[in-house]
Design a protein around this ligand. Structure first.
Ligand SMILES: NC(=O)c1ccc[n+]([C@@H]2O[C@H](COP(=O)([O-])OP(=O)(O)OC[C@H]3O[C@@H](n4cnc5c(N)ncnc54)[C@H](O)[C@@H]3O)[C@@H](O)[C@H]2O)c1
Ligand SMILES: O=c1ccn([C@@H]2O[C@H](COP(=O)(O)OP(=O)(O)O[C@H]3O[C@H](CO)[C@@H](O)[C@H](O)[C@H]3O)[C@@H](O)[C@H]2O)c(=O)[nH]1
Length: 341
């Protein structure tokens, strides 16, 4: 029985792939169109053990179907997507096609070819801009109300997966709503942190990636998008989770579905940091002064997103190891500093 990973050459998919290669014996097929993914990362991971890589776009429905009919796929981990919130506002059709349409075809193939487990990368963006969240953070049963096409494209995908699984009784799903994923592979060589993989797409827009580029002297300034939010220092607050802890939740989800029903889980740490706190931490761990420019809010950005992850911890026995902003920033910085040098 094989595991199919879509978007396995991307940032999160490659970290999950690494853990699967190290911790399981399953045969793995990675599919990716390399639009933001990195083939060199796949080559590195092949040194752990071999897996099949097929360069293909998910929109090639017939060829995707053919992959299912010629392989005995039991589990699908679906990461491939377009992921930039503000781009989704400018180009919503790209997001509905790449995220919602392609997920619809993928779940159709999975259901019709007897796939048992479907693990889907959703997002905190499905919650929109929740204003009345308690100190407990956002729980999974909070009303969903996306405020941008990216969040809506993922919420629609969630519904399509749920509706399909209602009909195809053998197909179970885990929907993970990730909060802000950051950091790079925790891998120590002679006691020095030396990530083997990390976020390598040069046009990435994430705050910690951009701050790492600045600390690595590849970029001059970090723009702070909005200083007038209703938060303790006026800047946006997010729940940053280390990518290896997120990857671990995926490994747990595969076994979880053997004995448990389909479900939706938040993945975060349950506390948030402001943009200013992130930049201060990056400065501390890198020792580099990071220049900032205060600018206007970025369209589509909510003020605060903080998870409640009690459900994931209690049901899947998930225990995060890197719940520490300094570790997240340092691993991201070390990766960035050594990237393409
Ligand atoms: N990074 C975050 O903070 C975050 C937060 C919430 C949810 N997510 C979700 O996690 C998933 C992975 O995100 P990421 O940060 O690794 O992004 P990424 O851009 O690094 O990875 C996406 C991968 O999918 C591939 N891909 C995209 N469209 C494709 C298509 N049509 N056919 C084949 N391959 C395609 C890309 O080449 C890339 O390798 C996405 O579904 C994203 O929505 C990410
Ligand atoms: O150069 C920058 C980049 C970001 N920010 C701010 O930093 C925070 C985090 O932004 P970013 O790292 O771009 O992440 P989000 O826009 O929160 O979106 C990420 O996190 C979401 C889940 O919370 C996912 O759904 C998305 O895919 C993922 O890109 C926000 O307040 C931004 O306004 C800046 O001030 N300057």
């Amino acid at each position: 029985m094989k595991i199919l990973i879509t978007g396995g050459a991307g940032y999160i998919g490659s970290h999950v792939l690494k853990q699967l290669l190290k911790e399981t014996n399953n045969e793995i097929i990675v599919i990716d169109n390399l639009s933001t993914g990195n083939i060199e990362i796949l080559d590195k991971l092949k040194t752990i053990r071999d897996f099949e890589f097929i360069k293909i776009d998910l929109k090639e429905f017939e060829e995707i179907e053919n992959i299912f009919s010629t392989n005995n796929i039991s589990t699908v981990l679906h990461f491939a997507a377009s992921i930039v919130v503000y781009e989704s506002i400018k180009n919503p059709i790209k997001y509905y096609l790449n995220n919602t349409n392609n997920t619809t075809n993928l779940i159709k193939c999975a259901a019709e070819h007897g796939v048992k487990k479907f693990i889907f990368s959703s997002t905190a963006a499905v919650y929109g801009n929740p204003i009345n969240i308690s100190q407990k953070g956002i729980e999974e049963n909070l009303e969903t109300n996306p405020i941008n096409p990216y969040g809506m494209s993922k919420l629609m995908s969630e519904k399509i997966i749920q509706d399909t699984a209602r009909v195809y009784k053998d197909l179970k799903y885990v929907i993970f709503r990730y909060f802000n994923v950051a950091g790079a592979d925790i891998y120590y060589e002679k006691e020095n942190l030396k990530p083997q993989i990390g976020q390598s797409f040069p046009e990435a827009t994430h705050l910690i990636k951009i701050a790492s580029e600045c600390a690595s002297l590849k970029r001059d300034v970090v723009n702070i998008f909005g200083t007038d939010y209703n938060t303790y220092d006026g800047t946006g607050v997010r729940d940053y989770i280390h990518v290896d802890d997120l990857a671990d939740a995926h490994i747990k989800a595969i076994d979880y579905l053997d004995e448990n029903p389909s479900d939706i889980f938040n993945v975060g740490y349950g506390h948030g940091y402001s943009v200013k706190e992130v930049l201060k931490t990056m400065k501390k761990v890198s020792g580099v002064n990071i220049k900032t420019v205060n600018t206007h809010r970025r369209e589509g950005d909510p003020a605060i997103l903080i998870s409640n992850t009690k459900k994931l911890k209690s049901k899947m026995k998930w225990k995060p190891k890197y719940d520490n902003l300094e570790i997240i920033c340092f691993s991201s910085y070390i990766w960035e500093k050594n990237l393409y040098i």
